[in-house]
Each structure stands twice: as structure tokens, then as C-alpha cells.
Design a protein around this ligand. Structure first.
Ligand SMILES: [Zn+2]
Length: 249
């Protein structure tokens, strides 16, 4: 039997959760049963993910985006009540790992994305070392580079830049990290890849010549929590199942 506490302790130690300043609690967010035989993973602790975990008879729902963000109301009403009610009814533990799961050098979203796209990480930099810089396996044009992302993530990215430009240096940060574009420009990247784009990045890309690729918040963060779930399954011998939603954002 594996206890919830053993799993949470392993996650904390592996992901070095104490080393991050975050705007959501990392670790257990909703307490369920004490022993864990099956884990369900999901990018977000959505109602659909909770329902999946219940249908799979999972004892732990492991996510990247939990439920208690700093800027949210503190009350448990509406959609939040429905999620929590379903978790409690089925005694499913829900644990979230946010920035620690972006940053981990092997299991993290940034590392897992790079692995799928064949990017070689050379350095981590910027806010809490969440930005990565490196090189693609072979030099490509921006058009080829974007096609590779589309094929790997099964989602058409938003691309701003000269499509014939050669890409030798890639900077990236998964999720909603468009605000770090300037750091990527300063670091000498030919392109910056993240999950979302805001209005300002279009102009910055045009005016600096550094290309910007918005490849999807969900699509770029699909792989970290899966890798963590698989690592737990391997380490503790528990069962694992993965939930994915067709989230276009
Ligand atoms: Zn995210």
C-alpha cells in the first residue's frame, strides 16, 4: 500500500517545491483517502478531470493547475463548489504542482516540451529560472520550425515573424509566459515559444526581428504532469491514467 503522504513527500523532494515562490499552493489541495493505488493526471483540475478520476476510481488527481489561485475569491461557490463536492464525495485527493512542475529539469513542462520538439537545452534563466534557451537539432527556417511544432502538438501555432528566417537559438517557457518575451529577446533568441500571445508581443516581434510562437497553453503543458504521473507509477508501483481535454487555449 502506498500512502498519500509517501507520494506527496516524493513529489516535494523530486520537484523541490520549497525552492519556488508560487501563487498557488503546491502539493495537496483537497484531502481524500489515505492510501493511493491509482493516480489520474490532468493539466487542470477541471470538473471534467474530476469526473474522469471518479470514473477511473482514482485515489489521487494530480494536476498542474489546481484550484486555489492567489487572485481568486476565497469562497467555495458555483463551479468551485461542484469540483470540490465531487472530489470529497469520491474521497479523491487532489494535488497540484505549478511552477515546480514547469521548471524540473527532466519531468517539467519545459523539459518535456523540448524533448518532444528536439530542442537541446543550453541554459535556464530569467524569473525563477523558468525560461530556457537552447538550439534545435538542426537549423530550420521559421516556417519549418512552426510546422514541426504543429505536428508534435497537433495544434496550429500562432506565428509572428519572417517565415524564411533561420532559427538557431530557441528560447521557451510553457503556459502563459508571453510576458517574458523581452527576456528572451535580451538573451539573444531567434524565436521565443510559449503558450499564449497578447497584443503587445506582435509589435515586439515585428520591431525586434525576434519571432514569437504561441503554441497553446494547454498544448505546451500537457506533458509535465503525465511525466510526473508515470514517474510515480514507476517508483511506487501504483496505477496511472491520463486525462486530456481538447482545450484550444
Ligand atoms: Zn499553466
Amino acid at each position: 500500500m502506498t500512502t498519500r503522504q509517501e507520494i506527496l513527500a516524493w513529489c516535494d523532494a523530486t520537484l523541490q517545491t520549497a525552492a519556488y515562490k508560487d501563487y498557488a499552493p503546491n502539493g495537496l489541495q483537497v484531502e481524500g483517502k489515505e492510501n493511493v493505488a491509482k493516480i489520474a493526471t490532468s493539466v487542470t483540475a477541471s470538473k471534467a478531470a474530476v469526473d474522469f478520476a471518479a470514473a477511473e476510481q482514482a485515489d489521487l488527481l494530480l494536476v498542474h493547475h489546481g484550484m486555489f489561485w492567489k487572485s481568486e475569491p476565497l469562497t467555495i461557490t458555483g463551479w468551485k463548489k461542484a469540483r470540490i463536492e465531487a472530489l470529497l464525495r469520491h474521497q479523491i485527493n487532489m494535488a497540484g504542482y505549478h511552477l515546480p512542475l514547469d521548471g524540473h529539469a527532466e519531468l517539467g513542462n519545459n523539459a518535456q516540451l523540448a524533448m518532444r520538439l528536439g530542442w537541446i537545452t543550453e541554459a535556464r534563466f530569467g524569473e525563477q529560472n523558468l525560461l530556457n534557451i537552447g538550439r534545435p537539432e538542426k537549423v530550420q527556417t521559421l516556417a519549418q520550425f512552426a510546422d514541426g511544432i504543429e505536428a508534435a502538438l497537433a495544434r496550429k501555432p500562432v506565428v509572428v515573424g519572417d517565415l524564411s528566417k533561420e532559427i538557431k537559438k530557441v528560447a521557451w517557457c510553457t503556459g502563459g509566459a508571453q510576458g517574458f518575451f523581452q527576456e528572451a529577446i535580451d538573451a539573444g533568441a531567434d524565436v521565443y515559444v510559449t503558450g499564449e500571445i497578447s497584443e503587445a508581443q506582435y509589435h515586439l516581434a515585428n520591431e525586434t526581428g525576434v519571432a514569437f510562437v504561441s503554441a497553446g497553453h494547454h498544448a505546451t503543458e500537457r506533458y509535465g504532469v503525465r511525466a510526473l504521473g508515470d514517474a510515480l507509477a514507476q517508483h511506487f508501483g501504483v496505477a496511472v491514467c491520463h486525462f486530456d481535454e481538447n482545450n484550444p487555449a
